[in-house]
Design a protein around this ligand. Sequence first.
Ligand code: HEC
Length: 151
Amino acid sequence: MECCCFVRARRFVVPSLCVVLLTASGLVAGARQSVPTEEEYGALMTEIRFTVGDTVQHVDSRYWPELGEDLGKLFPMFEQVEAFWTARGADDAVGFAGEALAALNALDEAGAAMSVPAARAAITTLRGTCGPCHDAHREETADGFRIKPGS
Ligand code: HEC
């Protein structure tokens, strides 16, 4: 089995990071083995939101190695999102996850080129995938959010 980091972000994410992430994080460690459950999905999203916030700060500060670490988390997390919706056969959601992964590739390239404008543009594209998927598949409850019934 290949390490996700080599496949998706080989330009920018240092190989040793894969080892750290695969051993240190449950979410990432599970990325290649299992599809997240419905119970796990909300926590995965929250983690994505925090990590995307980190990318903004790291790009603004030109902290490129830290951006590489963010990407080392975001690629496997969005691969899990993609796997989750693939298992449900929700093609539009799989498409949004694919767009997010493409945006991560663009962010990876921008980081390698140390280009703040290109990195900001990639993050804007990445964030553009959140809303349409939420509109289609997320609904608000009394105490947070859930997956729309039937999604
Ligand atoms: C492929 C579809 C999809 C994409 C893309 C997506 N989300 Fe979500 N997200 C969902 C669904 C469905 C839920 C509702 C599930 C839940 O909250 O348990 C959700 C819930 C959330 C939640 C609430 C988590 C909670 O506590 O329940 C946050 C925060 C979130 N998303 C952030 C993001 C951000 C930030 C992005 C973009 C960078 C994003 N999501 C992209 C489908 C998506």
